[in-house]
Design a protein around this ligand. Structure first.
Ligand SMILES: [Cu+2]
Length: 362
């Protein structure tokens, strides 16, 4: 019997903690079952501090990635108790006090009801369900100041729509740059009846991350003449504007991206000064020998860059893109995922026969 951890990034010591796989056909799933006509969820938007426990105690990560109270090393915390992001203390915007927000699992043709509570003290927001066809329900699309008034602090808004298409989708704020502050989450539509072949699965939300408050980033982009980042003209005809090129050669104006998060966890590596780098815990996916093939639902929920995804020594069997299944799987050793894009991949977890546990790096 062996088990594996898929570790995102660099080596960390083994602990049993990590993300368990999700089985859409297990009767343990209480919130939404295939037999239900309607599935209801609540999302509360609020601000939070990374690397703080209940907004009270400053938390630091040791060299081994263990989280502890800043001035009392004996007070330890589990990664699930702390919004770590890349280990750098920062104000973030979150749904239900988690980064990213909760994964909402539903089944095809169900009526979906999601009430968004705006618990911010000053910000208004709206929440868009990315990729969902709002047939007959345009008012639930969630585009602030277009399909609805933004939700004011202290108010709520009820989204009601039907999940017509199975696949991997996501939700995010659609007001200002709140997405880059953390207001993202996965929205998964499973088939309405159990397919012949089923897989346990993981949802993996990728995000580029920066340390500035969005208002600061916005200010710098405007002041330096680099706004709008996606205005091709400003990037091709001006010699004065600096830009960054992503893995697929797409360009973004000088961005302040410092790290990449996988399900809200990453590490900040300061190339100029190692002392500013962090050892915050990375995301771990727990896989078991008994089901060595898993479905991984990848979502680029970032705000600036396309990202590359690969798993060391493993091929990716790509079976769907942006919610749409492929007629034939495509085998790849890495994937470039643009902003907002989703890919579903099957992975056969392999390990050397004499290992009782292993770590794979992503
Ligand atoms: Cu979107």
């Amino acid at each position: 019997m062996w088990s594996c951890l898929l570790l995102f990034g660099i080596f960390l010591p083994y602990t049993a903690q990590g993300l368990e796989s999700f089985d859409p056909w297990s009767s343990d799933n209480k919130i939404c079952q295939p037999s239900m006509k309607t599935c209801s969820f609540e999302l509360h938007s609020d601000s939070a501090m990374t690397m703080f426990y209940k907004q009270l105690y400053r938390v630091v990560a040791t060299e081994d990635g263990i989280l502890q109270k800043y001035d009392e090393p004996d007070d330890k915390f589990e990664p699930e108790q702390i919004i770590t992001a890349d280990g750098y203390p920062k104000l973030v915007y979150v749904f239900n006090q988690t980064l990213p927000g909760p994964v909402l699992h539903v089944y095809q043709d169900q009526k979906i009801s999601v009430r968004i509570f705006n618990d911010f003290s000053t910000e208004s927001l709206s929440v868009h369900f990315h990729g969902i066809r709002q047939v007959g329900t345009p008012g639930s699309d969630g585009v602030g100041r277009v399909t609805q008034l933004s939700i004011l602090p202290g108010s709520s808004f009820l989204h009601e729509f039907t999940a017509f298409d199975e696949g991997t989708y996501w939700y995010h704020s659609h007001v200002k740059s709140q997405t880059s502050m953390g207001l993202v989450g996965a929205f998964i539509v499973h088939p309405k009846t159990k397919p012949q072949q089923t897989y346990k699965e993981f949802t993996v939300v990728l995000q580029d991350w920066q340390h500035f408050y969005t208002g600061e980033q916005h200010q710098m982009l405007v002041q330096s003449g680099q706004f709008y980042p996606n205005d091709l003209e400003s990037l091709t005809s001006s010699g004065t504007i600096d830009y960054y090129q992503a893995v697929d050669n797409s360009r973004a104006a000088e961005a302040l991206v410092t790290s990449i998060l996988v399900n809200g966890r990453g590490q900040y590596l300061d190339s100029r000064n190692n002392e500013n780098s962090t050892n915050s815990p990375l995301e771990r996916l727990i896989v078991q020998e008994s089901d060595s093939q898993y479905r991984i639902r990848l979502i680029n929920g970032g705000s600036t860059f396309s990202l590359v995804f690969s798993i060391d020594e493993h091929q990716l069997q790509v079976i769907a893109s942006d919610g749409v299944p492929f007629a034939q799987p495509v085998i790849a050793d890495h994937l470039i995922i643009g902003l907002g894009e989703r890919y579903d991949v099957l992975v056969n977890i392999t390990t050397k026969s004499n290992q009782s546990s292993c770590k794979l790096f992503v």
